[in-house]
Ligand binder design. Structure first.
Ligand SMILES: C[S@@+](CC[C@H](N)C(=O)[O-])C[C@H]1O[C@@H](n2cnc3c(N)ncnc32)[C@H](O)[C@@H]1O
Length: 235
């Protein structure tokens, strides 16, 4: 096999690996096993596919802080939901954020995030498809989530739980892979939450770069009211 053909074969294998997870339909056991096996080469694989999601999510979080939050970045508490190996946390730290917590379904991915040294606390075995009971009294200034609203991972109603762990007038920043957005009702979930007074979109980057030849949409929401929670938190 010549070098170019070899590179193409590896590229196709990486692509197949990334796309394989899309068929899991949110099955936690399969996702955990898949990411456990992938942990060691995850960062190399996604970097070779020019993964830009973490940088864009972090930059959007930075823009939201500059536009809407008065406090300095170092004093803003952020939760990175589905933090994986910590790529978003590293980008946030480059931008001056310091109080970053993270969680992930897969403990081995979460352990990699801990090892980056950029997180205050990282929890493994936390499933965004269930109520985040470990975060029952959480009230983050900002919650970020990159690469999790992806086919086979978490359904659009996960957005409610992200809003719930964010303080009133705080922000949620997420990516939705374009194939996911096309196949799911994420925009309907946004409308439902908006009509219920839970959140409002404040920024939307449509068809931004994401990974390889797959685009994503990037959203920033302001949270007004805890979904299903007690009381209206509107300031
Ligand atoms: C494509 S990776 C993205 C990781 C990281 N945010 C990044 O951008 O590199 C998706 C991550 O979502 C996690 N994940 C999948 N389903 C999840 C769930 N239900 N709850 C929490 N994390 C989940 C996976 O374990 C994996 O680490």
């Amino acid at each position: 096999m010549d070098t170019l053909a070899g590179q193409n074969a590896f590229r196709q294998a990486r692509k197949r690996r990334i796309e394989a997870s899309h068929a899991f339909d949110g099955d936690a056991d399969r996702l955990i096993q898949y990411y456990r096996e992938w942990t060691g080469s995850y960062e190399l694989d996604v970097e070779r596919e020019h993964y830009r999601g973490p940088l864009i999510v972090a930059e959007l979080a930075g823009a939201v802080q500059a536009a809407y939050i008065g406090r300095e970045r170092a004093a803003i508490a952020i939760l990175d939901a589905g933090c994986g190996t910590g790529l978003v946390g590293v980008e946030l730290a480059h931008l001056g954020f310091r109080l970053i917590d993270g969680f992930d379904l897969c403990e081995t991915m979460a352990e990699m995030a801990r090892q980056t040294g950029t997180y205050r606390n990282v929890q493994g075995d936390v499933d965004l498809k269930r109520p985040l009971s470990d975060y029952s009294s959480a009230s983050y200034d900002m919650t970020v989530c990159c690469g999790v609203f992806t086919l086979g991972h978490v359904r659009p109603n996960g957005l409610r739980e992200l809003a719930r762990v964010t303080r009133p007038n705080g922000f949620v920043v997420v990516s939705t892979e374009r194939s996911y957005a096309d196949a799911t009702s994420f925009e309907n979930e946004v409308l439902r939450l908006q009509e219920a007074g839970v959140l409002t979109p404040v920024q939307y980057l449509r068809n931004g770069r994401y990974i390889g030849d797959e685009d994503a949409h990037y959203w920033a929401f302001q949270v007004h009211q805890s979904p299903g929670g007690k009381g209206n938190y509107l300031a």
